[in-house]
Design a protein around this ligand. Structure first.
Ligand SMILES: Cc1cc2nc3c(=O)[nH]c(=O)nc-3n(C[C@H](O)[C@H](O)[C@H](O)COP(=O)(O)OP(=O)(O)OC[C@H]3O[C@@H](n4cnc5c(N)ncnc54)[C@H](O)[C@@H]3O)c2cc1C
Length: 503
């Protein structure tokens, strides 16, 4: 008899966890509230264009990359459709303060070379900085898919690990502008001054320096591939019927009930959604008060306002890399500061189509935004937020477009259609507290609070997803391994992945 597992949430974490467990012989059922599976991998189609919602830039898929190796073990590598960004310019940065442009080339050497060309007096500091982030990353067994003792241990690591990332950078380079340039990926991991630990900054930076890719024609095909692994091993993925209640008795889940009234029982349950949303689905006594208070009190990283643009045919040239716009150097750490005028910056990109030609069919703009901007409408639901909300969104879009014009004069004339999304969209779509881009904040001064274990006080409930460890395309699959190994045994999956590499 196969052991049965019910997974709540068919996002990146739920699908990776389900795929691994199904492959390893568990009977997997994944329940998803949205009509389409994928969570952050989900796309939507409008005006004949497919738009990504929460997975724009991905790392770990270069040859030898950790996520590539996991996909190889799952047998889906051939199905993944990716396009690497330009080798000589994987990211382009613009700082409006002094009208400065920087281009970042791919790879460790390329990164140092491109920035040393602009900051020659910092060449040595740049080298030391890059060596230091690679050293930190090398020490994280989980990131390198090496056997370890379970959830990422920060004990025994060097002082660099838990130093605030801004201070870590300042240790190596003195130039004020270069310090901010080195932190340009902050929006991708919710980076905050005096708070974000250096190891998070190091892992994400190394991941992206080693090479980033973008999904061709949207990220949803990747969700379908993961779901395919589950169904090929007799599991099921059921969208459109979210879990509404988790019945817990004596710290043991008896069953879960979905919106349609169906009940599912299993040997094990895995919650692959935001832990605070999970707490609302169970009785207050299901978990100890101290644990609930802890989950509810961890701050969440900031959210974002997004523009989805459809261009007129053959009007706007395709760009095969991301562009980062920053207003002022000193604000690179201030995206969480509610007192700052919005927007402080944004990420602009033209995602590749299957038959990508000279011109882009669409663009995505993601501008970090704190949740307090949408507080006036926090009690509204999708499509019922009122006229003033619509007007506010239009104003936000106009502000962003005025800034994008500085990068691409005339872009407004190329736009055929445009759609906006706010932190409320993210909150309601993924059921993520505060519409956070990357879940729980990692605070180097309080790592005990920041790291939520995958095991819980309920004996047949595990957690997975971006709030347990690292977020994003790279972090969430690594946490999925941890969750699966809580059932399969320490290093079981890691050893299988390594064995696959040898074949
Ligand atoms: C706008 C945006 C842009 C981003 N860009 C990038 C990027 O470029 N690169 C990158 O690496 N990361 C990016 N991220 C982060 C990335 O999307 C997340 O880290 C990742 O998707 C988190 O995976 P998860 O499985 O924890 O959660 P999710 O993918 O959000 O999955 C949670 C799932 O649970 C479902 N769910 C919730 N409640 C219930 C319920 N009651 N019953 C059943 N199902 C339920 C949700 O509908 C969802 O499908 C971005 C995020 C956002 C919001």
């Amino acid at each position: 008899m196969k052991q049965q597992v019910v997974i709540i949430g068919a996002g990146l974490g739920g699908l990776f966890t389900g795929a691994i467990l199904a492959k390893e012989g568990y009977q997997v059922t994944v329940l998803e509230k949205n009509a389409t599976i994928g969570g952050g991998l989900q796309t939507f189609t409008r005006w004949g264009q497919r738009f990504d919602t929460g997975m724009h830039v991905i790392g770990g898929m270069q040859p030898g990359g950790n996520i590539r190796r996991i996909c190889n073990y799952l047998g889906i590598l051939d199905e993944v459709q990716l396009r690497d960004v330009d080798e000589h310019c994987s990211d382009a940065l613009y700082f409006a303060e002094d009208d400065a442009h920087y281009t970042i080339a791919r790879g460790r050497e390329g990164f140092v070379r491109s920035l040393a060309a602009v900051f020659p007096h910092e060449r040595e500091g740049l080298r030391r900085y890059v060596d230091a982030i690679y050293t930190i990353t090398d020490h994280v067994d989980q990131f390198n898919l090496r056997p370890s003792h379970g959830q990422m241990s920060l004990l025994g690591q060097s002082n660099d690990f838990l130093m605030p990332a801004d201070e870590f950078i300042a240790q190596h380079v003195g130039d004020r502008r270069l310090r901010s340039v080195l932190a340009y990926m902050n929006p991708l991991y919710g980076g905050q001054a005096h708070c974000t630990p250096a190891y998070i900054h190091a892992i994400i930076s190394v991941l992206y320096i080693d090479g980033t890719s973008r999904f061709v024609d949207g990220s949803s095909h990747f969700a379908d591939s993961l779901a395919g692994v589950i169904t090929r091993h007799d599991g099921v993925v059921l969208p459109g019927d979210g879990v509404e209640w988790i019945e817990v008795n004596n710290r043991h889940i008896d069953h879960v009930r979905t919106r349609s009234g169906r009940c599912y029982s299993a040997d094990h349950y895995i919650c692959a959604m935001h832990p605070c949303s999970m707490l609302r689905l169970m009785d207050a006594k299901a978990l100890p008060k101290a644990y609930r208070d802890r989950l509810n009190s961890i701050p969440n990283a900031y959210s974002a306002f997004s523009l989805y643009i459809k261009f007129k045919p053959n009007s706007f040239a395709y760009i095969n890399h991301s562009e980062y716009y920053m207003t002022r150097y000193d604000d690179i750490w201030n995206f969480a500061d509610t007192a700052k005028q919005w927007p402080l910056g944004f990420l602009f990109m033209t995602p590749p189509d299957a038959e990508q030609g000279e011109y882009a069919s669409k663009a995505l703009v993601t501008a970090p935004m704190t949740f307090d901007h949408v507080k006036p409408w926090e009690n509204t639901t999708v499509e019922h937020r009122g006229e003033d909300y619509r007007r506010w969104k239009d104003e936000c879009a106009a502000r962003l477009l005025a800034m994008i014009e500085r990068l691409h004069p005339g872009i407004r004339d190329c736009i055929e259609q445009m759609l906006t999304a706010s932190p409320l969209t993210i909150r309601d779509f993924y059921a993520v507290k505060g519409g956070s881009l990357s879940g729980y904040v990692k605070d180097c001064h309080n790592m005990a609070l920041s790291q939520v274990p995958v095991v819980t006080k309920i004996d047949n409930l595990l957690l997975t997803g971006q709030n347990n460890n690292l977020h994003g395309f790279c972090g969430v699959p690594l946490t999925a391994i941890l969750t699966c190994e809580a059932l399969l045994g320490n290093n079981y999956v890691i050893n299988k992945i390594n064995a696959c590499d040898q074949r």
